[in-house]
Design a protein around this ligand. Structure first.
Ligand code: PGA
Length: 250
C-alpha cells in the first residue's frame, strides 16, 4: 500500500512571522503518521520553519534548487544547502518555473540528479495547459515532460521519486481536475512507470495531484486508486484548510 502524501507549496507567500505561525499550526494538527505531510516555504524562511518543525512529524522541502554543488550562480540555492537547513524534499519542474522562469525539462533533469546525489527526495511535476488538453495532447505533453525530466534516472534512487500531475489550467484557478480526469492521468503515468522500470516499483511510486485542491474536493480526489496524495498551493497557506485536507487523507 502506498502511503498518502499531503504537500503544501507556499510559493512566494508568507513572511517570517506568518511562516512560523503557519508551520506551528500545521505541527499542532498533524498527529498521525499514516499520512506523510510536507511543507515547502520560501527559501528565506526554511531555517525558521525547520526550527518550528523540530520533533514533529511534518517534513520540510524546498520549492526549487540549482544543479551545481556550489559556485558563481548568483541568486541560486544548491541541494546541499537545502539539506543543510533541514530539508528532506525538493519540488522540481513546477509549472510556474517551467512557464514563468522558462525552465526546460533538460534543466529539471540536471537539478533532479543533483538533488538525488545530495540525498533529497524529489517531487517532479508535469502538467498540460488548457489548449493542450483541448487539443487532446494532455497525455503526450505530460509524458514528454516526464520522459525528459527523468531521463537516466538512477535506479538506486527510485525510492526518492514522487511524481505530481498538475494540470496548468487547474493551478490557482479554482477549477480542479475532476477525480476521473486525475485518475485517468495518474493511471496512465503508473502504466508508463511500469513499462519503464517495472510493476514492483510502479506499485510503490506515489503520484500526487495538484491544482485547486481544497478541503471540499480533497477526499474524492484522493479516493481514486492512483491518486496517492495532493500538492496544495493556495489552501496550504491556511493551517485549518491544510489540516482539513490532511484529515481527508486519513
Ligand atoms: P493551487 O496550486 O492549489 O493554488 O492551485 C497548486 C500548485 O501549484 O502546486
Amino acid at each position: 500500500m502506498r502511503q498518502k502524501f499531503v504537500a503544501g507549496n507556499w510559493k512566494m507567500f508568507t513572511n517570517a512571522a506568518s511562516a512560523r505561525q503557519l508551520a506551528a499550526g500545521v505541527v499542532a494538527g498533524v498527529t498521525d503518521d499514516r499520512v506523510q505531510v510536507l511543507v515547502c516555504p520560501p527559501y528565506p524562511y526554511l531555517g525558521l520553519v525547520a526550527e518550528t518543525l523540530k520533533g514533529s512529524k511534518v517534513l520540510l522541502g524546498g520549492q526549487n534548487c540549482w544543479y551545481a554543488a556550489e559556485g558563481a550562480f548568483t541568486g541560486e540555492t544548491s541541494p546541499a544547502m537545502l539539506v543543510d537547513v533541514g530539508c528532506q524534499y525538493v519540488i522540481l519542474g513546477h509549472s510556474e518555473r517551467r512557464r514563468i522562469m522558462g525552465e526546460p525539462s533538460e534543466l529539471i533533469n540536471k537539478k533532479l540528479r543533483a538533488a538525488l546525489a545530495q540525498g533529497l527526495k524529489t517531487i517532479v511535476c508535469a502538467g498540460e495547459t488548457l489548449p493542450e488538453r483541448e487539443a487532446n495532447q494532455a497525455f503526450a505533453v505530460v509524458e514528454q515532460q516526464l520522459t525528459v525530466s527523468l531521463a537516466g534516472f538512477p535506479r538506486e534512487h527510485l525510492d526518492k521519486l514522487v511524481l505530481a500531475y498538475e494540470p496548468v489550467w487547474a493551478i490557482g484557478t479554482g477549477r480542479n481536475a475532476s477525480p476521473a480526469q486525475a485518475q485517468e492521468m495518474h493511471a496512465f503515468l503508473r502504466g508508463k512507470v511500469t513499462a519503464t522500470v517495472g510493476a514492483a516499483y510502479a506499485e510503490s511510486c506515489q503520484i500526487l495531484y495538484g491544482g485547486s485542491v481544497k478541503p471540499e474536493n480533497a477526499k474524492e480526489l484522493m479516493s481514486q486508486d492512483d491518486v496517492d496524495g495532493v500538492l496544495v498551493g493556495g489552501a496550504s497557506l491556511k493551517a485549518d484548510q491544510f489540516l482539513a485536507i490532511y484529515q481527508a487523507a486519513l
